[in-house]
Design a protein around this ligand. Structure first.
Ligand SMILES: [Zn+2]
Length: 479
């Protein structure tokens, strides 16, 4: 007899029968799910989107080193084949971006569709499928970049191809831009293009980029998060040097590693500032009606709950928007157990509350790290203002999204992450982070991790949604 922890008793035979039945049901549900996903994608346009996506996923654009030119050339070939004005751009031949434009002949502010070609590295041994195989298995596309951010790139591409094929008269220019180097901060990508080829951006008034996040419940969207603001990144490298040598006679002061550990400890002990920023307050309020119970009450009135223990009821990700955070990410020192290294480094990824100026914190870090440790800034920059929401583009997004998902809410969100949108916001250009995809939280967790994947059905629905949004916002309206 077997105990199931509920006090009921079953014979061996009954157990085997129940198990067999359970397995049959599971297999049927699974097969049904795959059939459903497969069935959705029958139009030639959908087949093409899938084929382009799979090919794009197969291109290894891990950054570092990047090798984005291979990805850029793949996209360029598709654009040129459609007869769209397109070219490779960028100062580094191995790290090219691709730029394309559909002209409208009008002076209205152009829409720029941007995504990044590069992806973070993907150690194959951690994956259950090869990360650059573009495999389509169990109703999913698998691969590095499936969520971040090659799926969005293909949705943008297909939206532009669709406008061209249907010869839609345009009300404003549409620009497609796939950039290099986003994952390392954009200096060898968008920042370099803005500096060296500003003409690529002339007339741009609106940008749709990565960065948005949606609340997906099973296969329904409750909340479309259009990202308008983000935390301010400050990436630091601490470097300590010291006397190296045989560790049987270690240096009296502990050497480079001890110095580094002490400094890293002191820096991570700096009290992190907390504040309820207006963008975050507006974001929470816009989301409140989609959350039941206490969470909904806190989101509806965050100022009342800010600084109280109740705030801990919020999802951890949302709590990160209420304070500066510091993560120690890369430690490097030494080559062997019996040798004291003469150099040791630690990387710190600091994310500050939106609108923060990193200068004061940087000074504090230099002070507590002490004179024996070098503090190098890997990434920083002036804060970028939030993008306004009372715009034609936000209205178009709301219109199309609430038509597609009638019971959903469209809101202005803030992300703890960092994207290239900040470069546009600093220039006063409206930039929204927007994802047209449904993504379940357990799939969302694979971003920058192993087994990154997106459901086939959700990918195709997102491609269609992006097509509608770009068409709605850019097609000339009948007089
Ligand atoms: Zn990304």
């Amino acid at each position: 007899m077997t105990q199931l922890g509920t006090g009921f008793r079953y014979t061996q035979r009954e157990m085997r029968l129940a198990l067999r039945l359970f397995l049959v049901v599971l297999t049927l549900a699974f097969a049904q799910n795959c059939r459903e996903a497969e069935a959705v994608s029958e139009s030639p346009f959908d087949k093409e989107a899938q084929a382009n996506f799979v090919e794009y996923l197969k291109i290894d654009t891990s950054n570092p080193p990047g090798n984005e030119t291979t990805g850029a050339r793949f996209l360029l070939d598709i654009l040129v084949k459609e007869g769209i004005e397109a070219k490779l751009v960028g100062p580094d031949k191995d790290r090219q971006s691709v730029w394309a434009r559909l002209p409208s002949g009008t002076k209205k502010p152009a829409l720029l569709l941007m995504h990044h070609i590069d992806v973070v590295p993907a150690p194959a041994k951690e994956w259950s499928v090869p990360p650059f195989s573009g495999e389509k298995v169990n109703g999913y596309f698998w691969g590095r970049g499936a969520l971040d951010i090659k799926s969005l790139g293909i949705a943008h591409l297909m939206a532009v191809v669709d406008l061209k094929r249907r010869a839609v008269p345009l009300d404003r220019d549409v620009i497609f831009l796939a950039v290099a180097d986003e994952e390392m901060g954009g200096r060898a990508g968008l920042a370099a293009l803005m500096e060296k080829s500003p003409e690529l951006f002339s007339g741009v008034g609106f940008v749709l980029n990565e960065g948005g996040a949606n609340v997906t419940v099973v296969d329904r969207i409750d909340y479309w998060g259009v990202e308008v603001d983000q935390k301010v990144p400050l990436w630091i490298r601490l470097t300590a040097k010291g006397e190296g040598g045989h560790s049987a006679t270690p240096p009296a002061d502990g050497g480079a590693t001890k110095r580094l550990v002490d400094a890293a400890h002191a820096v991570s002990a700096i009290p992190m500032r907390s504040e309820l920023h207006p963008s975050v307050e507006a974001f929470f309020k816009s989301m409140a009606s989609t959350k039941p119970g206490k969470r909904g009450r806190i989101l509806a009135d965050p100022r009342r709950y800010f600084g109280t223990p109740d705030i801990a009821e919020l999802p951890y990700g949302l709590q990160m928007l209420l304070r500066d955070t510091l993560a120690m990410t890369r430690l490097e020192a030494g080559t062997s157990t019996n040798a004291v290294p003469d150099i040791a480094t630690a990387d710190l990824d600091i994310r500050m509350i939106p609108g923060s100026d990193p200068a004061a914190l940087l000074t504090q870090i230099r002070q507590v790290a002490g004179p024996l440790v070098e503090v190098e800034v890997l990434l920083s920059g002036p804060p970028a203002p939030a993008s306004a929401v009372d715009t034609d583009l936000f209205a178009a997004l709301s219109r199309v999204l609430t038509t597609a998902s009638p019971n959903s809410k469209v809101g202005a969100m803030v992300t703890a992450g960092t994207t290239d949108s900040r470069y546009f916001r600093r220039r006063g250009i409206v930039a929204y982070g927007f994802s047209p995809f449904k993504i379940n939280y357990y799939d969302g967790a694979t971003v920058h991790g192993a087994d990154e994947r997106i459901r086939v059905r959700f990918f195709l629905e997102g491609v269609e949604l992006m097509r509608q949004i770009v068409s709605d916002f850019c097609a000339r309206k009948p007089a």
